[in-house]
Ligand binder design. Structure first.
Ligand code: FES
Length: 127
């Protein structure tokens, strides 16, 4: 089915039980327009997710894609291998299908980036 620019998608946000976030163990279901970021939609709904730069640069917001699809049209630093490994950056990720994300993946993403020689992996891990 073709979706218009104003279409919305169902986005499920899962916060792992082991997360240090206040919402550990909770799941949130949002309706997100495909022209808005998942982070912005979550914050509008009162769901606090970690973020810093909000430009797809720092990786603080890193999450894992469980199912669905997102686009990162405005991310400043997002690589093909990030997508292939299922990492997403909710601060710049816009849904392109009904989608489920596991948030709070910053540490794993730093390791992944470091393993692939990509920033900010090694620089953050070494400090
Ligand atoms: S908040 Fe910096 S990459 Fe998402």
């Amino acid at each position: 089915m073709t979706q218009s620019a104003s279409e919305t998608w169902s986005v499920r946000i899962v916060v792992p039980e082991t997360s240090s976030l206040d919402a550990a163990g909770e799941t949130f279901d949002l309706e997100v327009r495909e022209d808005e970021t998942i982070l912005a939609a979550a914050r509008s709904a009162g769901v606090w997710l970690p973020a810093d730069c909000q430009q797809g640069w720092c990786t603080t917001c890193a999450a894992r894609l469980v199912d669905g699809d997102v686009a990162h049209p405005n991310a400043r630093r997002y690589y093909d291998e990030d997508r292939e490994a299922g990492f997403v950056l909710p601060c710049t990720a816009k849904p392109r299908a009904d989608t489920t994300l596991i948030v709070g993946q910053y540490d794993d993403f730093l390791e992944f980036r470091a393993d692939h020689g990509r920033p900010p992996g090694s620089s953050k891990l070494d400090t």
